[in-house]
Design a protein around this ligand. Structure first.
Ligand code: FES
Ligand SMILES: [Fe+2]
Length: 406
């Protein structure tokens, strides 16, 4: 905490100690390379980030690469059938081994000098090495992989937060949607020229929804403040039970309460009564999920750690993952999931399924980029949060707390 920042000679500890509660973060948290370095160490490399759904790795040898800040992981289904993670870093002289983002392989060959690894990460071939060279001690290094009811997470730490509590406590809530047996119908990446925190802070608040998202604001009551929202949510509470939906609320987002565990949450919010789901016009875009038998005009929000957020409509699920790339760039990865047995063309149309969150994310990318431009200005100073930015405020407090952890 004694690191001094270039521009104003204040240490990170000072910046945190002198922070005005209820205000946005100081400029240095978005612009200073020292703080970014600390975030990589204390937050980015210590927490789980969503890498997909188990259905994306049907066969042994199926792999997907996840890039987060400086790190790159290969997640591959092993010969034995389980998902494993490896650092995408060659044990010869460190080249990236796998340059494809996803595919099927029976081995991985480093493009630099041709060292070969099998899908269990073992080094199987290396030319012209000394006679006493030991291949068995030069396998790919391991990266942690965890699965929460079908959602696959990666953590670049050998001692990742436990996910056991999340698996146990979310069993009923995620079971309603049969998360384990969903499948990915579409996936898209949205590069965002902004610090990762700006992108996630924006996702955490709906103060901007009325101005930035006319499509979303038409159907989601989250753009209202809490009192107004309660007043227009009656129809959902009346219909939930008949639709086979339980009113479950879980808030284990604060990791303070359960140290060493992933933070997670689950809650339900009403949509306006004429909307059944998040689609143009509000009509269903895919078959009902899991045990759900109808439409209550409600939608569930889940969160898993600091980077991964999930919206569950009654007929489809949207996973939102924010990936830090460097200090000034991040990426938003979106997965749209439907029932595992749904067929494209017959049961869903990708265009209709992805419309809402594609148009909304493009608008978010624009507002977050503008936010980033202004935050870099010498005229920027932290401004006060509104009553509709409580989750964002809580998130920024959590960031500061994590930065000070040993
Ligand atoms: S760096 Fe991979 S084979 Fe040389
Ligand atoms: Fe938004």
């Amino acid at each position: 905490m004694s690191t001094f920042l270039n521009q104003d000679r204040r240490s990170i500890g000072d910046l945190i100690a002198n922070r005005k509660p209820g205000y946005s973060l100081e400029q240095a948290f978005y612009t200073d390379p020292e703080i970014y370095k600390l975030e990589v160490e204390k937050i980015i490399n210590r927490n789980w980030i969503l890498a997909g759904h188990t259905s994306q790795w049907p066969q042994p040898g199926d792999f997907r690469v996840l890039n987060v800040a400086q790190e790159s992981a290969i997640v591959v289904r092993s010969e034995g059938g389980e998902l494993r993670g490896f650092a995408n870093v060659c044990r010869h002289r460190g080249s990236l081994v796998c340059l494809q983002s996803a595919g099927h392989a029976d081995k991985f060959t480093c493009p630099y000098h041709g060292w070969m690894y099998d899908i269990d990460g073992n080094l199987i071939a290396a030319r012209n090495m000394a006679d006493d060279f030991d291949k068995s001690s030069h396998g790919l290094k391991k990266v942690s992989v965890g699965i929460i009811h079908g959602l696959v997470f990666v953590c670049f730490s050998d001692d990742p937060p436990s996910i056991d509590g999340a698996i146990r406590d979310l069993e009923e809530a995620m079971g309603m949607y049969d998360f384990t047996n969903l499948k990915v119908a579409a996936q898209k990446s949205y590069p965002i020229p902004a610090n990762w925190k700006l992108a996630i802070e924006n996702y955490q608040e709906c103060y901007h929804c009325a101005t930035a998202h006319p499509e979303y604001a038409l159907m989601h009551t989250l753009m209202l403040d809490r009192e107004k929202r309660e007043r227009v949510s009656g129809h959902m509470y009346e219909r939930m039970e008949a639709c086979g939906i339980k009113d479950i609320f879980i808030d284990h987002i604060d990791t303070e309460a359960r140290p060493g565990e992933i933070g997670f949450g689950f809650g339900r919010t009403a949509m306006f009564s004429k909307y059944k789901t998040g689609s143009k016009g509000g009509e269903p875009v895919a078959p009902l999920l899991g045990n759900i038998t109808g439409y209550d005009s409600g939608q569930a929000d889940l969160s898993f750690g600091p980077f991964s957020f999930v919206l569950a409509y009654n007929d489809h699920v949207v996973c939102y993952v924010f990936t830090p790339i460097d200090q000034n760039n991040s990426s938003c990865e979106i997965y749209w999931l439907v029932r595992g047995d749904a067929e494209e063309g017959r049961d869903y149309d990708v265009e209709a399924l992805t419309w809402l969150w594609d148009v909304t994310t493009k608008a978010d990318k624009e507002i977050v980029s503008n936010n980033s431009r202004g935050v870099h200005s010498k005229y920027y100073e932290p401004g006060p949060f509104s009553g509709m930015e409580r989750m964002e405020q809580r998130y920024t407090e959590w960031i500061l707390q994590e930065l000070q952890r040993p």
